[in-house]
Write a protein that binds this ligand. Structure first.
Ligand SMILES: CC(C)(COP(=O)(O)OP(=O)(O)OC[C@H]1O[C@@H](n2cnc3c(N)ncnc32)[C@H](O)[C@@H]1OP(=O)(O)O)[C@@H](O)C(=O)NCCC(=O)NCCS
Length: 180
């Protein structure tokens, strides 16, 4: 089955909605620290992807996915800072890969695509945070992202405990810092 990495337009978010909903629910069920606690219902997951489609339409978000046929195996989002003094920076967030497709290099490829998308917008600084001890921390380390801090008791885990979050950044060196 052919696979590719694409940036989804709002209409494509709607086209791939069932797969995106399944992917998000799988990530939350897997214990991912991405904002929700399990169980996440289909209605809430569907409503979330509609907000993403609206943010893309407004130019305030990019959704980059790994697609295999009609299925989405993984996703990441670029959250550009919209305030005037921070338009050179963005957050990489809501990165998740379906449990059945992990450790095949999909997250690495998604982040590489996200970095190219960020550079195309003139973004020179990327921020990312994740749970201490999680797979994404290992991913950020393996990609050479710079760890700048840890905050204890930052977010709640599925088991109710508060866990530490690790913060990373990466300077996108191929991009010239825009003057405005
Ligand atoms: C984190 C996550 C996105 C990684 O996706 P993935 O496609 O499996 O990652 P990749 O295959 O691209 O891994 C790239 C590198 O990251 C590191 N890595 C990723 N998962 C790892 C794991 N479970 N254990 C150890 N190292 C890991 C390895 O260095 C790996 O390279 P290698 O396979 O050559 O050793 C995935 O585990 C996931 O969706 N987790 C739940 C959601 C989450 O925590 N998201 C982060 C919130 S920002």
């Amino acid at each position: 089955m052919p696979r590719d990495i694409v940036t989804l337009a709002p209409s494509q978010v709607k086209e791939f909605l069932p797969s995106l909903v399944e992917l998000l629910i799988d990530a939350v069920d897997s214990g991912a620290s991405i904002g929700w606690l399990p169980p996440l219902g289909v209605a809430e997951a569907t409503a979330y992807w509609h907000t993403v489609a609206a943010a893309i339409a407004a130019g305030e978000r990019e959704l980059i996915v790994e697609r295999e046929g009609g299925e989405i195996l993984g996703a990441v989002q670029l959250f550009p800072e919209m305030r005037a003094n921070g338009r050179h920076r963005a957050e990489a967030g809501k990165l998740f890969v379906h449990r059945r497709a992990r450790r095949r290099g999909i997250a690495r490829a998604l982040l590489a695509a996200l970095e190219r998308a960020a550079e195309a917008r003139g973004i020179t600084l990327l921020l990312m945070d994740t749970r201490l001890g999680g797979e994404a921390e290992k991913l950020c380390d393996s990609l050479g992202y710079t760890r700048w801090g840890e905050v204890p008791e930052y977010a709640r885990s599925a088991n109710g405990d508060l866990h530490t979050t690790v913060f990373f950044y990466r300077r996108l060196v191929n991009t010239k810092v825009p003057k405005k």
